[in-house]
Ligand binder design. Structure first.
Ligand code: SF4
Ligand code: SF4
Length: 209
C-alpha cells in the first residue's frame, strides 16, 4: 500500500513547528505564562472586606458561604465568611460584585492542586451589629460604618447609620443596653432593624404596631 504524500499545508505546519517549537506549554514542569487579563484565583483581602455578604449571594457555585452565629466564648454575634476554592469555577462574579471593589481580587494563580482538601477552605470572621430591640443580626459592623462613610451627610437620614457614624467619629459613648420594655422615643437613636423601627414608628404615630 502506497504511503500518502503530505499535503502542502501539513508540510508547512510541520516545518513551522520544527522551527518555532510546540504550542503547548511545559506546565507543570515549568510555570505557565498567562495573559495580562487572565482570570485566576479569587483572593480574599480581609482589610478591604466589610463583611456585607454580597459575594456569597452572587457565587453561582456555592463556593462562598455566609454564616451568622453567636459565639458563646466571645459573647457576640459573628459573621463567618467561608470560601471553598475546591468548588470555585473561576467565574469572577464575587470580584465583579464586591461592594468595596477590593475585598476580592483575581490573581494569576490557577494551580490549586493539593493532597489535602482542607487547603481549599479559607475562613474569616466579621463582627455583627444586631438590632438593639429584637437582637436579630443586621449586618457586619464594618459594613454599616462603610455605608455611613459612603453616604456622607445623607447617612443622617437614617438613625442607625447616624449612630454608626457618631460611633466612628468618636462622638458617642457606649450606649447602655436597652432594658426589657417597649420601645420609646429615647430609643429612636439606637441601632434597630427595619422591622423594629417600623413597628416603633407605627405605634408612636398611631398607637399600634
Ligand atoms: S469566582 Fe465565581 S465560583 Fe469562584 S468564588 Fe467567585 S463567584 Fe464563586
Ligand atoms: S466586601 Fe466584598 S469580599 Fe467582603 S463580603 Fe462584601 S462582597 Fe464579599
Amino acid at each position: 500500500m502506497a504511503i500518502p504524500k503530505p499535503k502542502l499545508r501539513e508540510l508547512k505546519e510541520a516545518i513551522t513547528a520544527l522551527i518555532k517549537g510546540p504550542y503547548t506549554t511545559k506546565f507543570p514542569a515549568a510555570p505557565a505564562i498567562v495573559p495580562e487579563h487572565f482570570r485566576g484565583t479569587p483572593t480574599y483581602v480581609p482589610d478591604d472586606c466589610v463583611g456585607c455578604g454580597a459575594c456569597g449571594q452572587v457565587c453561582p457555585a456555592g463556593a462562598i458561604t455566609i454564616i451568622d452565629e453567636f459565639r458563646e466564648n466571645e459573647g457576640k454575634m459573628v459573621r463567618r465568611i467561608e470560601r471553598n476554592w475546591g468548588c470555585c469555577i473561576f467565574c469572577s462574579q464575587c470580584f465583579e460584585y464586591c461592594i468595596t471593589g477590593k475585598g476580592i481580587i483575581l490573581d494569576k494563580d490557577f494551580d490549586k492542586s493539593t493532597l489535602d482538601t482542607a487547603d481549599f477552605i479559607d475562613t474569616h470572621d466579621k463582627e455583627l451589629v444586631c438590632c438593639e430591640a429584637c437582637g436579630e443580626p443586621i449586618t457586619a459592623r464594618e459594613h454599616i460604618h462603610w455605608m455611613a462613610e459612603k453616604l456622607g451627610e445623607l447617612s443622617f437620614a437614617n438613625q442607625s447609620l447616624t449612630v454608626a457614624r457618631f460611633e466612628e467619629l468618636g462622638l458617642t459613648k457606649k450606649i447602655a443596653p436597652r432594658t426589657e420594655r417597649d420601645l420609646e422615643r429615647s430609643d429612636f437613636l439606637r441601632i434597630l432593624c427595619p422591622n423594629c423601627r417600623a413597628s416603633y414608628i407605627l405605634s408612636d404615630e398611631w398607637g399600634e404596631s
